[in-house]
Design a protein around this ligand. Sequence first.
Ligand code: MN
Length: 735
Amino acid sequence: MTANEDRDYNLVEGAFQDLLNSIEYKTEEADNQLITRAFQLAKDAHKGVHRKSGEPYITHPIAVAQIVATEIGLGPSSIATALMHDVVEDSDYTLEDIENMFNPNIARLIDGLTKISGVVSMESSMQLENYRKMLLTISDDVRVILIKLADRLHNMRTMQGMPAHKQLKIASETLFIYAPLAHRLGLFRIKTELEDISLKYTEPEMFEDLSNKMEELVNRDFEYLNKFTRTISGELKKAGLKFEVKKRTKSIFSIRRKMRNQQVTFDEVYDKYAIRIILDSKLANEKSDCWKAYSVVTENYSPNPNRLRDWISSPKSNGYESLHSTVMGPEGHWVEVQIRTKRMDDIAENGFAAHWKYKEDSSGSNQLDSWLRRIREFLDNPDNDSEDFIDSFKMNLFSSEIFVFTPRGEMVTLPKGATALDFAFDVHSEVGAHCLGTKVNGKLVPLSSPLKSGDQIEVLTSMKQEPKEDWLSFVKTGKAKQRIRQSLKKEKQLITGQGQMTLERKLKVLKLKSTHSNIQKLVNYFGLKNPDELFYKVGLGVIDNKKLREYARETAGLVNYFKRRIVKSSYAKQKPLSNEAKKDLMLVFGTDEHEMEYTLAKCCNPIPGDRVFGFVTTAEGLKVHRDDCPNAVLLQSRFANRTLKAKWIDKKGTFATINLLIEGMDRMGLVNDVTKVISSELSLNIKAISFAVDDGLFTGQVTIEVADKVALTDTITNIKQLEGISTVSRVGKFD
Ligand code: MN
């Protein structure tokens, strides 16, 4: 043997001997043999393998077995299982080998552990509900979970040498899965240790800082607490109680959590330490002794009635029993006092199993069995305090992200605020693109619903469904946005191309030529921006045969066309303005409504109140034409970049502010159509505009400034005429 081998041998045999010694009091010869055989097999299986730290691998299973034996308090089968927990996963030994050499029970436990380690990882972890079921179906024995916790605890205790990214991953996983599980199983001490170690790796500086502060604080208050305990002890003794008083500090992790959740500083976290009175009490007298102690404490120090917690009358679901009170100590400091019996303390710190390690009689093991059964029932029942269970999984660490689940329990990580539709796109871009609806936790919800951690989402798809423009207004993830834009663009191009061909065919039927200028006339006639938009609308069927025939009829002569425009114009219906009113009107230009120097065009002679536009000429500056000027079509189409929006406004600036509530069924392009109607009305100022679509129901809230009643009536009529709009109403204000 080399010196190294020699050292390793001593290390391993020594650790195993320590294990045997620590359980000597509760094991028999047969148990020792079982455990020793498990050790031999594991030693053989992991022979020659070393941990990152350089120690022989077998030291890990021994340490896990030690935790299982003394910190959780499980029996010989569990200890043997812990020793062999990595054998099937990491060596050539099979489950059958184990079953042949040991027994089916141990083989089943090891099978469970091997399967769990495949399931529980951040990449593939299941929906919690499913995760719990999974744990049960894998194991049907809670010991599997307990041994797994011991395994994780030891790995956490010994991950110093690992690369930082692995430390971070393991720590996050621990906070997300294992610490809450330990908490749920009542293994408070293990839970606290898991959390504190995790914090040490996820926020090393914070951990260091808080540990130092905590140490300082305990040193500073040492005398104070002693004084307090001395007084209390004296009084309790006088009352004839047998007890022990301990000082207990809050864990670094829970201080950190409180600071973050309540947005407070270290100094503002209360109850950083507590005085714990542990009573030596007969089972029958437990409750009365606890309340007796409570009254002794509160006779000497006044309690804060808001901070009394009685988990003696109704224990927590994980078995926690204790009486908590916060009292005003000497010199005006609040001190938390926890009162419980030895039995309660043991259960609170180490879980039920540990408590029964002292008990060798059959009632003890029956009790253990019944506890394990209770836990099993708890895990099995999805209604059971499920909210609480899920809550504890919402770790601060992930505050910018949410974790949601597919119907099969696969976990999906999304940014906070992500919607059901984002989820669909995350699953697959085609699933998103054809997403028809979504069910969250079994309930049908709008695609725009923001998701919460723990939600389980089912996506309903239809091949007929295509991405909609308004989807862009609520999706959060870049992936979804990009895919929707792509699809809209592609679809638009496709429809535009088809539309162009359709239009050419239809124009031929109407005996019109598809020349550039004819197309441009159509663009103007329909109030569109460019030929592509025209083709697109034709492709969509929004501009159909009927509309094209109307156009053909009206453009039989341009004159007719202008007649129609004049009739349609709201100002045409308006009575001519009085000279008085005209004096009050001034002309402004552009979206920002600037005053500019201008001259009125001779060709159409605009008068105040007419619908007009500005045209920038090279020789004569800004000229103002009427919208229905015979030159207008030419100017607006050929020199669009030289035309300026123009509008007559009241010099006194007397605009009325109007709120419009628009409701209807959503359809493709509706928002766009509504916006267009409103913005094309020149005597309106849009102050605020917002649209919402919920389950296909469209709601628009529009605040406008209106110069005159006619413009308003026209606008309302025009919006009402849009396909899909059911009501347009004036409201006092929006709620
Ligand atoms: Mn392991």
